[in-house]
Design a protein around this ligand. Sequence first.
Ligand code: SAM
Length: 253
Amino acid sequence: MDPDRNFNELATRFRNTIYATARGRLRLAALTQDFADLNVLTPDARVLDIGGGQGQFCLALAQQGAQIHLCDISQEMLQIANEQFAENRLPLHSAHCALQDVDNAFPGNFDIVLNHAVLEWLENPLDALPILAQKVRPDGWLSLMFYNLHGHVWRQLMNGGLNDPLGANPKLRKHGNAPQHPLDPEILQRELEKLGFEILRWRGIRCIHDHMPQKVRERVGPEALADADLAYGLKEPYRQLGRYVHFLARKRH
Ligand SMILES: C[S@@+](CC[C@H](N)C(=O)[O-])C[C@H]1O[C@@H](n2cnc3c(N)ncnc32)[C@H](O)[C@@H]1O
C-alpha cells in the first residue's frame, strides 16, 4: 500500500498545470458557485482547510472576510500558500502537519472545513472522514471534493483501457502523479450520513470538459464549455461522470 502522497516536489508543477489551466478555473468556478448557492460563507467565518496545499480557493474566501487556518504535509505547498496570502495582505494561520494530527495544530471546531482533492491521495481515505467530521461545528459545513471513481473509469474506457478501466495511466502512476484511490461517491455519502451530515450539494466537476475531444473544446470555446460543465455538473446522470465530485454537507446539531 502506498503512503499518503506528499506534494513537495510537485508544488510548482501543480500551480502551473492545475490552477493556470481551464481545468483549474472550472474547479474554482464550481466551488464558488456552490458556496454562493447555499450561502455557506458567513461574515468572519472560521475556516479550516485540511490538506489545503497552495490555498487557492481559501484565498478567495479570505478576500470575503473569512479567517483561514490551513495545514498540509508539504512544506513547499505551504510556502506558496503563505506567499500568496502575504502578496494579498491577508492573514493566514498555517501549520505543517498531517490531517491525522490536525487537532494538535488547530484544536476545537470550525464553521467550515475544506478538504479538496486530498482523500484520494491517502493510504486509507475512509479513516479520514471521522477526523474531518469532528472538526466541523454543529450546523457547520464540510466542503469535500474528491477524485471520482465513475469519472475515472469512464475516462479510462474512452482512452481504450478496456481491460483495466480501474487502473491508472501507467506513466502517471510510475511517477506518483495518479491518485491512488478513486472514490465512489455513494460510499462517501453513506459514511458522511453515519457521521451526522446531510449532503445538500452533490456536484460533478469536469463532467463534460474531460470527456470532450480537444478539437471540439477549441470549437466551442472555454466560456461556453464552462457554462455547460457547471450546469450539467448538477444534473443526473451527467454529474456521475465528473472527474471530481464536490459535496457540501451540513452537520446536524
Ligand atoms: C491535489 S493537492 C490539493 C491541494 C488543495 N486542497 C487544492 O485543492 O488545491 C493534495 C494535497 O494534499 C496534501 N496531503 C497529502 N496527504 C496529506 C495528509 N495526510 N495530511 C495533510 N495533507 C496531505 C499534499 O501534500 C497536497 O498538498
